[in-house]
Every structure is written in C-alpha cells, then in structure tokens.
Design a protein around this ligand. Structure first.
Ligand SMILES: [Zn+2]
Length: 157
C-alpha cells in the first residue's frame, strides 16, 4: 500500500519500500527530494485536516472530482513546505536538480501515467489524484509562492 494520511489519528503512514517502488515500478528517478515530496504531500493532508479542508474527501473519482482537487492541493502544500523549509534553513536550499526530482516524482504518481503503465490506457473518469502535469503544476505553484492562497484548487481542471 502506498503512503497515506489517517485523519482519525492525525498520522502519516509510510512503508519505506514505497520509495523503491517509486523508482522500480513507477519509473521515477527517485532521490532525497523525491522522497521529501512524497512525505510532504502526506503532511499536506494533515494541514488540510487542521484547516477543515479535508471534508468530502471521498466524493467520487474523475478528473474534476473533489478527490482530485484535494490531492492536488496536498501537492501544492508540499511545495509550500519545501519553500518554507528552505527559507527557514530547515533544509539546505534545494538545487534545480532537487526540484527536478520532486517534479519527476510528482509526474510518476500522476493518474494518467500510472494508468498508462498498469492498464495500458488512460481513464480520466477514474482519476483520484490528478494527471502528471497537474501534479507538477500544483507542486510548482506552492513552491514558487510559498503561499497557501496559491493552493486554491477548487477551480482546478
Ligand atoms: Zn494524497
């Protein structure tokens, strides 16, 4: 099972073998910042939970579903984290290669990419997390602005 956030106990659950799967099964290049993106995404769900933004999480699937909007917002919050973690010297400022790792990982876990790899076709009506390009876009929005207000995915298409 992939990493997930559990609202009932406010914890992130992560089998670190997922980081191997990310490379061997999902085709990501991997690396520390790819892993950082994955963890920050899950903590993004905790932030959403704290802000009351996790309601209606399970409202359907599909490219325009609430599920996708919530997942893309967590990607954006992962970017916000990266920006502030660097600005506050919690982590070394990420290099262009580091950010590329995160964006590569975001693309690798995009619904269209995963569906194409596992089923040989893309079915947007079953998306739950958004496309590769959407996931990259929202991580970038968060990272470039560091601003929660940039993470309004309610109109994300
Ligand atoms: Zn998520």
């Amino acid at each position: 099972m992939g990493p997930f956030y559990c609202p009932d106990d406010g914890k992130v659950y992560l089998d670190i073998s997922f980081f191997d799967d990310l490379v061997t099964q999902l085709g990501a290049q991997g690396g520390p910042f790819a892993q950082g993106y994955v963890i920050a995404h899950e903590y993004g769900h905790h932030v959403q939970d704290e802000l009351g933004l996790l309601q209606d999480q399970s409202t359907g699937t599909g490219a325009h579903s609430q599920s996708v909007r919530i997942e893309l917002q967590a990607d954006c919050l992962a970017g916000v984290w990266a920006k502030h973690a660097a600005d506050t010297a919690y982590i070394d400022p990420p290099s262009a290669a580091d950010i590329a790792q995160a964006l590569d990982a975001a693309a690798a876990v995009g619904d269209d990419r995963v569906q194409q790899e596992t089923q040989g076709r893309v079915a947007p009506e079953r998306w739950t997390h958004g496309s590769s390009s959407q996931r990259q876009h929202w991580f970038s929005s968060g990272y470039q602005t560091g601003d929660l207000d940039a993470c309004d995915t309610s109109g994300a298409l």
